[in-house]
Design a binder for this molecule. Structure first.
Ligand SMILES: Cc1ncc(COP(=O)(O)O)c(C=O)c1O
Length: 431
């Protein structure tokens, strides 16, 4: 969407100066916007035991994670590296929910040591674990619930979660093995903007949790309704009605759990930081190849979503107002035809040197970046609530690109130590 009013008001007077002193490209995040969104979410759940755990995968920058922790947010981690990152910013114990899938016993052991609230994505991991945490939650498979967001894919072919018919047995098994506290996790939306669908998905999990708790005879400590709330990427999209969403969850919790009081947990990423980031680039090229092409100095390696799954990100030229509009493809420099930020988009006559903004890059943006073609990931800057602009991650350089290369090859298998190889060498045969 066009940048939120507040962000635009804060950014615009600084933009040319930042670009002049710092160069392009870079992602820039608006701390004020992130804090305000987090606070508005908490306010919508006022009076209810609730905690939002920011999905680290959306924006794994320690500065942003610290900002959110200071606001009372927890963190949602999905891998050992994310757990390590959470620890490095001071998140411990149940500040962290660990919601991973296809998890190895080693990864699980690591999570167990941190004291995180662990979600089991399937029975097999529970069966293989020697030690179980005090609290066990299972993720519910979206198949059979009101799933359906396009990005979630086909619910019948999902790799996530425990199928509903197997859920009660999974809890029984955990209880048999001494577990005394329980949670349930369900996430059946992805970038969902329709509040009725999102609320239906969360209410499904709450209702299912109540049925399972009654059936198995356990009490649920918490219900984690996951993330997946949408943001208005397109100018015509309407913002997600978070208050209506929270109201639906609170009402369902009251109705389904008249005697017990499970906490409501969430693990949103995109909704919290997505609209509060922009990718700042410069136009470096204009040409005509059947269609009009505008080349910018960032590429898909800085923001994969448009090329990877055709996601819409608004593009604007903040200092080109009044020029005649025409239609353009906005492209990066990867040797991949999908490296396009926008296709056939109306823009005011872009000129080489213009600043171009790709909007809504505050979640799953830099985080999904990569280094193909040696087009390295750009820097991340933060606009602080005091109006300072600070670098919170520098741009990658050649040294980073080759940091994992062994200039002296490190032995893995020694041919000399293998009898077959020794014989082959002695007889001159090829191995
Ligand atoms: C288990 C889980 N939780 C939370 C999230 C965060 O999703 P979003 O950023 O769309 O809220 C994801 C996204 O992949 C996820 O898989």
């Amino acid at each position: 969407m066009p940048i939120a009013d507040g962000f635009e008001r804060r950014l615009r007077p600084l933009l040319e100066e930042i670009v002049a002193v710092y160069g392009t490209p870079f992602h820039l995040y608006d701390a004020r916007g992130i804090i305000d969104t987090h606070r508005a979410m908490a306010a919508a759940f006022a009076g209810v035991p609730y905690r939002q755990h920011f999905a680290v995968k959306a924006l794994p920058n320690p500065a942003v994670l610290s900002l959110l922790l200071a606001e009372g947010s927890g963190l949602d981690c999905a891998s050992p590296v994310e757990l390590e990152l959470a620890r490095s910013v001071g998140a411990g114990g149940d500040d962290v929910v660990f919601t991973s899938n296809n998890t190895t016993p080693q990864e699980y052991e690591l999570a167990l040591k941190t004291g995180a609230l662990i979600t089991f994505d399937d029975r097999s991991l529970l069966d293989r674990a020697d030690t179980l945490p005090e609290t066990v939650a299972f993720r519910v498979s979206p198949h059979g619930l009101s799933a359906g967001s396009r990005l979630m894919g086909d619910a019948k072919a999902t790799k996530f979660g425990v199928p509903v018919p197997e859920l009660a047995d999974a809890y029984r098994e955990a209880r048999r093995r001494g577990v005394t506290r329980f949670g349930i996790h369900g996430m059946t939306c992805a970038n969902e903007l329709d509040v009725d669908r999102a609320a239906r998905a969360a209410v499904d999990v709450i209702e299912l949790g109540a049925r399972i708790a009654e059936d198995v005879g356990i009490t649920l400590d918490y219900i984690n309704v996951g993330g997946g709330l949408g943001i208005p990427y397109r100018p015509e999209d309407r913002p997600f009605d978070f208050t209506a969403y929270a109201d639906a969850i609170v009402a369902a919790r009251r109705r389904c759990f008249p005697r017990s009081t499970p906490r409501i947990l969430m693990e949103c990423g995109r909704y919290v930081t997505g609209p509060h980031g922009v990718l700042v680039t410069r136009v470096v090229n204009r040409c005509s190849k059947g269609q009009e092409i505008v080349g910018v100095d960032a590429s898909m390696s800085a923001l994969m979503r448009p090329g990877f799954y055709g996601a819409y990100h608004h593009v604007s030229l903040p200092f080109a107002a009044g020029r005649p509009e025409s239609r353009y493809d906005v492209v990066g420099s990867l040797c991949e035809n999908m490296d396009k930020f926008a296709i056939d988009r109306s823009l005011p006559d872009p000129r080489v040197g213009d600043i171009a903004l790709v909007h809504d890059t505050g979640a799953h943006g830099h985080a999904m970046g990569f280094t193909y073609n040696g087009r390295l990931r750009p820097a991340e800057l933060l606009l602080t609530p005091d109006g300072d602009v600070v670098e919170i991650r520098r741009a990658e350089r050649f040294e980073d690109y080759v940091a994992t290369v062994r200039t002296q090859p490190v032995p893995v298998l020694s041919a000399a130590a293998r009898p077959a190889a020794r014989t082959a060498r002695a007889t001159g045969e090829q191995e």
